[in-house]
Design a protein around this ligand. Structure first.
Ligand SMILES: [Zn+2]
Length: 184
């Protein structure tokens, strides 16, 4: 049984020529769950390790790849991104480093961790090395971070804490205190 919001979101993805497969909804011990999730099959850029994603997350991610990653690679690196590397989406766990034990958005398939970009010319720009890398790599990654802040509810990168030195964390949850996007 797919909710009205999810149906609208899925129709939106289809209209943007994104190929995806619907996944069965599941609940797990400890409160983790995948409800109305999909697996992205093709949206223009090969991407590794994408598992279950909520539709709003998948929609923001494909928009970010198309309208931020592709043009920023051309502008700052003079090349084309042929592969986006991620560290996955669904993961049944609490927020890393948090004492509250509150579940991570990864526990709801509502988050993705992006670690690197492989270019047509063979270069690989990782968040780990590029964030403090050459001026072009810095500019490229900061542009992607900035653009993500307009598209996702929460964006965490290397400047947030050591746990994020090697990836950008994107999820759809906004700040619980004031309902605005959280961008660090
Ligand atoms: Zn994450």
């Amino acid at each position: 049984m797919t909710s009205q919001n999810a149906r609208q979101c899925l129709a939106g993805l289809k209209s943007k020529s994104v190929r995806f497969a619907g996944l069965p909804s599941k609940s797990f011990d400890g409160g983790c769950r995948m409800i109305d999730t999909i697996k992205l099959m093709d949206f223009g850029t090969q991407t590794t390790n994408l598992g279950a994603m909520t539709c709003p997350l998948a929609s923001s991610f494909t928009d970010w790849a198309r309208f931020a990653v592709v043009p920023a690679a051309k502008k700052y690196l003079g090349s084309e991104v042929v592969k986006i590397e991620t560290m996955g989406t669904f993961n049944c766990r609490a927020i890393a480093g948090s004492r509250s034990g509150r579940l991570s958005e990864h526990a709801f398939a509502n988050a993705v961790d992006v670690s690197a970009f492989v270019l047509r010319d063979g270069r690989r720009v990782s968040v780990l090395n590029g964030w403090r890398g050459s001026s072009e790599e810095r500019a490229f990654l900061r542009r992607l971070h900035q653009s993500a802040c307009k598209r996702f509810g929460t964006v965490l990168g290397p400047d947030y804490n050591a746990a994020h030195a090697n990836h950008f964390h994107f999820d759809m949850a906004k700040s619980m205190s004031n309902g605005t996007a959280y961008c660090r």
